[in-house]
Design a binder for this molecule. Structure first.
Ligand SMILES: CC(C)(COP(=O)(O)OP(=O)(O)OC[C@H]1O[C@@H](n2cnc3c(N)ncnc32)[C@H](O)[C@@H]1OP(=O)(O)O)[C@@H](O)C(=O)NCCC(=O)NCCS
Length: 198
């Protein structure tokens, strides 16, 4: 039988491996270093900060409701609810920005909606969009989902949301688009790798 000491060491090694799998650092085109780590319940203030740096359009794209004038208490409550959601997997990205070291710049998460299906959401603060943060967050989320036997990640988005479609185009997986009224549901199939061209 494994001794308590050996068991502890194995557990610790396992935790370190999971931590490594779930963290990533990369440099944007503009040379900004972005650090991604798992989302924690203590990240409420960071989620509020990201929200405060999103335009009305970005907020609408993410939350599907006009949120340009919203009471700070409500923002805090919603962020707290997201940070504390049970059964979710999430990631948060940080970067050293001028005047704001270690600034939270984006977050992504999924919540299981079926045995092997989960609903995903991602947001990046406006001044950090278009630099690959959304792509890295979604890639990590998809990897983690696969490791946990989630086969499909879905998201309901506006038809006009070109950015999320471009992010999906960068993923190695196939995806389907289904019209839902004026919107589209995107479903990333984590079991179907894209065919390589050529
Ligand atoms: C969607 C979103 C997360 C993408 O994040 P991002 O960090 O900007 O994405 P990336 O930098 O990885 O960009 C991927 C591609 O989208 C492009 N892109 C980024 N913002 C764009 C925009 N507003 N319009 C068109 N294309 C855009 C990038 O140029 C890049 O294109 P490329 O592949 O040709 O180089 C971000 O735009 C966002 O937070 N939007 C508001 C919330 C939202 O719509 N969430 C999705 C629904 S839950």
């Amino acid at each position: 039988m494994m001794s308590a000491k050996l068991f502890d060491a194995a557990r610790q090694r396992g935790l370190v491996m999971i931590k490594e799998r779930m963290s990533r650092t990369f440099k944007t085109k503009k040379g900004v270093t972005v650090r991604i780590r798992p989302l924690l319940p203590s990240d409420t203030p960071h989620l509020v900060d990201i929200f405060e740096h999103m335009s009305a359009d970005s907020r609408y794209s993410r939350f599907y409701q006009p949120l340009d004038h919203v009471a700070p208490e409500r923002v805090w409550r919603e962020a707290e609810a997201i940070a504390h959601t049970p059964q979710q997997v999430g990631f948060i990205a940080f970067a050293d920005l001028p005047g704001q070291p270690d600034a939270p710049v984006g977050a992504a998460r999924y919540v299981c909606t079926g045995d092997d299906v989960a609903e995903a959401a991602v947001s990046v603060r406006d001044d950090m969009q278009g630099q690959g943060v959304g792509t890295q967050l979604l890639a990590l989320l998809a990897e983690e989902a696969r490791a946990r036997d989630v086969h499909k990640l879905t998201a309901l988005v506006q038809n006009s949301n070109k950015a999320i479609v471009r992010v999906l185009n960068r993923m190695p997986y196939q995806y389907e688009r289904t019209a839902v009224g004026a919107d589209i549901e995107l479903a990333l199939d984590l079991t179907a790798l894209k065919q390589r061209q050529g």
